[in-house]
Design a protein around this ligand. Structure first.
Ligand SMILES: Cc1ncc(COP(=O)(O)O)c(C=O)c1O
Length: 435
């Protein structure tokens, strides 16, 4: 093992040996090399005469660049666009994001959390967590209504075993008992569990009530107290899009941070959906464990391991996107503009409920609970969801996603409010054709 990796492991172990146990084989070997990047960083501070360290080209005291690109980006200073961004991301963006996170999640008050590290958006952050904490055969627990890409990222890439629990109770709440049963089973079998909590959820569009979130956290605490190490990832891709009074309005990460020394909470979030910049690829990974002596050193060691895997895979996250998001976060109109888009999406979610609650489709489907995010799912009563999807495409020019035998996912996030009635009328018509 590289001595730098051994040093980081020692730093982690001294504070909390359980976190060292949680790391995968690869996670234990990771370190951030004292190579070109750290020598360049040193030179940036001290090389007043000539700095011949960095792998970019310079001219006239700034990064070399082409006019045909800069002419289109003239609002931005070349230094904020062309050079490599630091491996953990632009410090200003990391600072702005942690401030935003604390402001929007009052339950984080007084809690010890790491500085967020930039990722190439959430998928990349999830892959980093998978690399750092999953070995072949580890159990990853998630509801059976889940984002399909977890299969590739955790199952195929890392060989983890995906353990699903039932998502909703017959009464229409989140099935916290099913979660607890699965967590206990994994604890008994493995002594280590990895949990994925994705709220607002894709595909159901559900965010839990405060009481449901408390029940999930209580189950995690109880199982951790019983001696199981638990890595809990919160996939907060749709954070902030909460449309109804009864759901929680914060990330469950706030309740998980500093919960128990055997619980490592990892927040994955980003600008992707929150700021309507899907193609920018700006995301963050933030850790929280305990509050004891050395807990900040432990978080720094984990940040270094993340930087190591970033250096060894994508090297760093695109610089222009980071600059664009910084500008947005500092813009005086940012909150007002975001709120306006939120209201558009909320209007669509409410319209979907109004249309579905008319009763006119009740013989064809029921719908799963939804109160947040981009999506909702129909549960078809009489037709196969995949046959319905193909028939809708071929005969009506309507696209949706089939999931399993019964579920058909509708992204109301991309249907104008005025078109929602017609959309569901067409889905109903297609279902009737097939019956
Ligand atoms: C639950 C969930 N997590 C993560 C992602 C991916 O986000 P990103 O585009 O930031 O990688 C998505 C995108 O559809 C998602 O639905």
């Amino acid at each position: 093992m590289n001595p730098l990796a051994a040093q980081l492991n020692e730093q982690i172990s001294q504070c909390n040996p359980h976190v060292l146990e949680m790391l995968s084989d690869l996670g234990q070997k990771l370190f951030f090399p004292k190579g070109i990047l750290s020598q360049s960083a040193e030179a940036k501070e001290k090389a007043h005469k000539f700095n011949a360290t960095i792998g970019i080209a310079t001219e006239d005291g700034g990064p070399m660049h082409l006019a045909c690109i800069q002419d289109k980006l003239s609002a931005f200073d070349p230094k904020d666009i062309y050079p490599y961004a630091p491996p953990a991301g632009k410090p200003e963006l990391r600072k702005l994001w942690v401030e935003k996170m604390r402001k929007e999640n009052p339950s984080l008050a007084g809690k010890v959390i790491s500085n967020p590290v930039l990722t190439n958006a959430l998928t990349h952050g999830l892959a980093i967590v998978a690399d750092m904490f999953m070995d072949a055969g580890d159990h990853v627990i998630m509801p059976d209504m889940m984002w399909g890409n977890y299969n590739l990222g955790f199952g195929v890439r890392r060989g983890a075993a995906i353990k699903k629990f039932n998502t909703f109770t017959p009464e229409g709440g989140f099935d916290t008992d099913a979660f607890k049963t699965q967590l206990q089973a994994t604890a008994g079998e493995k002594g280590k569990a990895i949990v994925v909590l994705n709220f607002p959820n894709n595909p159901s569009g559900y965010a839990p009530t405060e009481a449901e979130a408390d029940a999930l956290v209580a189950a995690i605490q109880e199982v951790a107290e019983g001696g199981c190490n638990i890595v809990v990832m919160t996939d907060d891709a749709y954070f902030g899009l909460y449309y109804e009074d009864d759901s929680m309005k914060e990330s469950i990460f706030g309740k998980l941070a500093n919960l128990n020394e055997r619980v490592l909470a990892i927040k994955l979030d980003g600008a992707t959906k929150e700021e309507f910049v899907w193609g920018f690829r700006v995301g963050f990974i933030t850790f929280a464990n305990g509050t004891g002596t050395g807990s900040e050193d432990l978080l720094i060691a984990l940040e270094k391991k993340v930087m190591g895997i970033i250096r060894g895979t994508i090297s760093n996250v695109p610089h222009p996107s980071q600059t664009f998001v910084i500008e947005a976060l500092k813009h005086p109109e940012f909150d007002a503009q975001k709120q306006q888009k939120f209201l558009v999406l909320k209007g669509r979610a409410n319209k979907v409920k109004e249309v579905l609650d008319s009763g006119k489709y009740d013989d064809a489907w029921e719908y799963y609970p939804f109160n947040a995010g981009y999506f909702m799912c129909l549960k078809m009563k009489n037709v196969d969801a995949e046959k319905l999807r193909i028939h809708l495409l071929d005969q009506y020019g309507v696209g949706g996603i089939s999931i399993g035998a019964t579920d058909y996912r509708v992204a109301f996030s991309c249907i104008a409010e005025g078109d929602i009635q017609e959309l569901f009328d067409l889905i109903y018509q297609a279902a009737k054709d097939l019956e």
